[in-house]
Design a protein around this ligand. Structure first.
Ligand SMILES: [Zn+2]
Length: 451
């Protein structure tokens, strides 16, 4: 297995591991000092750590380069590191069970995580795909899910099967739920609830849980095992982009790992939100498929560069990020493109064309003070963390347009970045999915609840 490090001693240096497709731009170390000797010492020290941790065997030292070369080289590295496309390969075999013939389309969809047992909840198509060792075993149709856009909507992200309960009474209403499987905190997958007299609940209102028709719920209950991995997500497979818009990422190469307003349980103490202790995602996280062909980040419309931030102590956890002002539906709105591996040479005041490439998707930023994203807690450097955090909001700033008073565990008040303590629409954020796509992304059953 060949591994190589590229080092650029200039304003940035790149650490690159070709087998793991990890691309990092470290600007952080250079923010502390401008003294060359110190930066060189830090570079060597950091390299030593990376070399040791990753078993890297060869290096390429590039003494000095322009930022343009940095951007170009990291981009070509990123492209060449991608594994060959395997979309044509089938994930089904003779034992795959189809309750619906049209479900065969999922045979060409790669599993979103490499796990022995994996449940993928596709909230767009309202199906739960069950994989074992990368082979699709069975597909469970959803009956219905929570209304779209509410703070208690079904969360997206990586979870694990928690407790299983054959029958229990709801904590909110006096109704029975059967075959309940816990996804996350108060969010369950279960059968259709019924009243104490045995009559079914007719309301399709769900407080975030996913409901399955009873035989499906029983089957799902028997199949799920505590600790099985769950990925809850929206799909871009049938995404229809609006006429005057460009998707910020290639819809054939990406899926939506976290949607706008997705509730996220946190242990932090948040202003006015102590009762539930949930925070809400201010953007959409687009994650590339393992075999993604195009991981470019593109301008959704023509616009003007308002802010360029490099991965470092002032990045607010967003890493390499760009904010562009766009004229959207007659209004001036600001789109933030965050966590990029590398960026094109752009500065404040530059204009960009619709669809212009501005960088490459990555995993720069994070830091435990701000983020709890991905499957690996604070160590946000693994492949699962590569994504574009994309926001649309009222002001060209990293933080929430309306100052929030998020309180860190230390008691220190801080500005909310990437999350708000309540619905992000209250803080000057717009739902990017509603602005970008005309259909094919939001679940059919949720469309009616958007007004
Ligand atoms: Zn995000």
């Amino acid at each position: 297995m060949q591994k190589t490090i590229f080092v650029v001693i200039y304003k940035n240096f790149l650490v690159y591991d070709s087998s793991a497709m990890i691309i990092k731009m470290h600007h952080r170390y250079f923010s502390y000092t401008k003294v060359f000797i110190t930066t060189l010492a830090l570079t060597v020290a950091t390299l030593a750590v990376y070399t040791y941790e990753r078993g890297i065997s060869s290096y390429v030292f590039i003494p000095e380069f322009s930022e343009e070369v940095i951007a170009t080289s990291s981009q070509s590295i990123a492209q060449s590191a991608l594994p060959p496309a395997v979309l044509q390969a089938s994930v089904c075999d003779a034992k795959t069970i189809f309750s619906d013939e049209s479900d065969r389309r999922w045979c060409s969809a790669l599993p979103l995580a490499d796990q022995m047992r994996l449940f993928q909840i596709d909230l767009t198509h309202e199906k739960i795909l069950f994989f074992q060792h990368g082979i699709l075993q069975k597909i469970f149709p959803l009956a219905y899910q929570a209304p779209y856009g509410k703070w208690f909507q079904t969360p997206t992200g990586f979870f694990e099967v928690g407790v299983k309960r054959e029958k229990f009474m709801s904590s909110i209403f006096p109704v029975w739920m059967e075959h309940a499987v816990q996804i996350y905190e108060d969010f369950f997958i279960h059968g259709i609830p019924y009243h104490t007299d045995g009559t079914k609940v007719t309301s399709q209102f769900s407080g975030g849980c996913i409901r399955l028709e009873d035989p499906v719920a029983a089957d799902f209950y028997d199949t799920a095992q505590k600790g099985d991995m769950i990925v809850s997500y929206l799909s871009l497979a049938d995404a229809q982009i609006k006429n005057n818009m460009i998707s910020p990422v290639d819809t054939n190469s990406f899926w939506i790992r976290q949607r706008f307003n997705s509730p996220l349980k946190t242990d932090w103490s948040w202003h006015e939100d102590k009762q539930y202790n949930y925070i809400q995602h201010t953007g959409v996280d687009f994650a590339p498929y393992e075999n993604a062909k195009d991981i470019s980040v593109r301008a959704i419309a023509s616009g003007t560069v308002e802010l360029v931030v490099y991965n470092g102590i002032d990045d607010g956890g967003l890493g390499n990020a760009i904010i562009i002002s766009h004229n959207i539906e007659g209004k001036k709105l600001y789109a933030l493109y965050g966590h990029m591996a590398s960026m094109e040479l752009l500065k404040k005041g530059d204009t960009v064309d619709a669809g212009e490439k501005m960088g490459v998707v990555g995993n720069t930023g994070y830091g435990c003070n701000y983020w709890h994203v991905g499957t690996d807690g604070c160590d946000a450097m693994g492949d699962p963390d590569i994504h574009l955090h994309f926001e649309i909001k009222d002001k060209p700033i990293l933080a929430s347009p309306i100052p929030d008073t998020c309180i860190l565990p230390s008691g220190k008040k801080t500005q909310c970045i990437g999350y708000t303590s309540h619905n992000p629409t209250d803080f000057g954020y717009r739902d990017p999915l509603l602005i970008l796509f005309s259909s094919g992304v939001l679940p059919a059953s949720a469309q009616t609840s958007i007004e």
